[in-house]
Design a protein around this ligand. Structure first.
Ligand code: MF3
Ligand code: CO
Ligand code: CO
Length: 303
């Protein structure tokens, strides 16, 4: 298990105690309890139809983009493909020009800017919100591609980690366990199930395998809004003791780190979130509907 003691030196290398450095930031950037209140929107039948279509499209775009990725691909090419496929389906890529959302209390935002591309591409130590650029993918890389489509006003949000070429066993294992974390959490989704169970399932497996769970980014309710209540925590937290109901739609998108859980947001682009210790991070994401029988994965991979 990778846990830094409150009084240990911070892994980011400042020489300060963890509790006065990244530990403080981690605590301060947890979602506000008000956002965790059980006021979770229940979708109408019409909304659910719209969300099925958006989810299906996002799943197809992710699948087709990932099928083209190989050694030598640039993250910008992935962005081109996602933009083109999304527009071809008469949808809009929700990340493009999405207003700046995240803050790092240590670094006041000087020039907050909207997300500039159509997809997030998060490579190796990038935890999430990587911005596509001319970076060339190489043998051994681990990349997460995160697609969100807005189709007729409804959002489908899904992502996966991809192994590039020949990867180290430890890289493959991190990706496999992260996918299994998501799958075990999805298996707990049912009416009357507790939101608490999601983080419980993820933390149990991740820490049992020697990994850590990122706390500073969460899953989220989703619908006409890209990010709606509730925040879906991927770790155990008492504030999540409220029940799932048929008609809830939310994402489960664990970010699992090979080293410590702490992340730091890039100073210059205000988006890219990296592990403080430079170790690998993996992520998988699905959009899930709670049904009377259990759940439906709205972004299930196309056959
Ligand atoms: N798709 C991300 C999520 O799962 C959000 C990306 S916000 C963006 O919630 F602006 F970076 F695209
Ligand atoms: Co999401
Ligand atoms: Co996403």
């Amino acid at each position: 298990m990778v846990k830094v003691g409150r009084n240990d030196p911070c892994p980011c290398g400042t020489g300060k105690k963890y509790k006065r450095c990244c530990g403080k930031i981690a605590a301060e950037s947890r979602p506000r309890p008000s956002f965790l209140s059980p006021r979770v929107p229940v979708k109408t039948a019409e909304d659910i139809e719209g969300m099925r279509a958006a989810g299906k499209l996002a799943a197809r775009v992710l699948h087709e983009a990932c099928a083209r990725v190989k050694v030598g691909t640039t993250t910008s090419e992935i962005d081109d493909w996602v933009l083109e496929m999304t527009l071809d389906a008469d949808a809009y890529p929700a990340p493009l020009n999405y207003p700046h959302a995240h803050t790092d209390p240590r670094k006041p935002i000087i020039a907050p800017k909207a997300f500039p591309r159509s997809v997030c591409t998060s490579l190796n130590d990038v935890v999430c919100h990587g911005i596509p650029d001319d970076t060339v993918l190489k043998d051994g890389d681990l990349i997460n591609v995160d697609v969100t489509c807005n189709l007729n006003g409804y959002h489908g949000d899904t992502s996966r980690s991809l192994l590039i070429g020949e990867v180290e066993d430890s890289t493959r294992r991190l990706a496999e366990i992260t996918q299994e974390c998501m799958d075990r959490a999805i298996a707990r989704v049912r009416p009357g199930g507790m939101f608490w169970e999601i983080g419980d399932a993820i933390q149990e497996l991740a820490e049992g395998e020697g990994y850590s769970v990122v706390e500073q980014f969460t899953g989220h309710g989703i619908g006409k809004g890209f990010h709606e209540p509730p925040a879906v925590l991927h770790y155990r937290d008492r504030s999540m003791r409220f029940p799932m109901q048929a008609g809830h739609i939310f994402t489960i998108e664990p970010m699992i780190n090979a080293g410590t859980a702490d992340v730091v947001i890039d100073d210059s682009d205000h988006w890219t979130a990296r592990t403080v210790d430079g170790k690998l991070s993996a992520q998988f994401e699905h959009t899930i509907l709670v049904t009377d029988e259990g759940h439906e994965v709205l972004t299930a991979r196309p056959e």
